[in-house]
Design a protein around this ligand. Sequence first.
Ligand SMILES: [Zn+2]
Length: 116
Amino acid sequence: MSYTTSCHCGTISATVDGDLPASGMTCNCSMCRRKGTILHFVPASEAVIDAPADKLGDYTFNRQTIHHHFCTDCGCTPFALGTGPDGREMVAVNLRCVPECDIDALEINRVDGASF
Ligand SMILES: [Zn+2]
């Protein structure tokens, strides 16, 4: 099975080869608290990004290691790209942007990112 996280207007998306997760991560860092994302991390090799370069906004902060992408048309943030602790390229899927994901049924793992 696969699922797709997409922005509101559909211009940028990422399709993940795999089943929808039963849990997601929320975080209280300065970025996550503002966006309200519920994240699920997958290796970049398991995801296909579909985004025209001129519509793919990119925001980095702090250590500049995570690319917080957003659609320059509608502003939604369906995914971010970064490198995991083991050096692998990772995609952080925002489960709120996956229409078939039952947000209210997710087990939520709260991360204290503000203290990192
Ligand atoms: Zn959009």
